[in-house]
Design a protein around this ligand. Sequence first.
Ligand SMILES: Cc1cc2nc3c(=O)[nH]c(=O)nc-3n(C[C@H](O)[C@H](O)[C@H](O)COP(=O)(O)O)c2cc1C
Length: 197
Amino acid sequence: MKLQTKLLLMKETVSKEEFQLHGELIELFSGENLEAAVGFTVQLLTLDDEGWPRIALLSVGEVLAVDDTTVRLALWPESRTTGNLIRSAQGVLAFVHHEVAYTVRIRTVRLPDLNDPLALAVFDGRVTEVRRDQVSYAVLQSGITFNLPDPPQVLTRWNATIKQLRRHAPAGSFAQTDPERDPGLERPVTSSPDNGQ
Ligand SMILES: Cc1cc2nc3c(=O)[nH]c(=O)nc-3n(C[C@H](O)[C@H](O)[C@H](O)COP(=O)(O)O)c2cc1C
């Protein structure tokens, strides 16, 4: 085979852009069967006030697909990542799943904090783009992974967090507060009436 043909094949790509989460991703972030997804890591990229990208790592215990265009996140309230989302109201979720590198752009709105099982800042991210990156000559084996030294303790917390996220607010909270119209928008932070019930 000619070198030029080989190079062309190497460049062959099945990358593509979509505008909502497809079924496989909704299932991945369904909050069901969290035990099976221990180790799976989502990177959340935000921009700091000097324009530097900042990366936080999340697990399936803090990310919930509310519907095919909304991802709900629970973050450490004092983190710089939370500050970045409050300020810029946008971020990117990056992860590897089934041999595909995904980057999901989100526009965020802050919802009331959770205070059970932990104090966590909650954001709804409206999906504006889902990019699938996959090439035929190099097959992705994994993204970032981790082990849990104490799985039962963490799984109990994850399940409680997901339960709270699910009942926290209806999908489509963007209807009242569209960050594209008001990018710096931050809602007043009050305890959810559902917390702890
Ligand atoms: C394995 C792992 C899991 C993590 N899980 C979370 C998480 O669920 N939520 C969160 O806000 N930060 C999580 N972090 C911490 C973030 O990566 C980051 O340290 C945190 O946002 C504080 O950094 P920042 O102030 O730069 O945002 C995790 C870190 C690691 C290494």
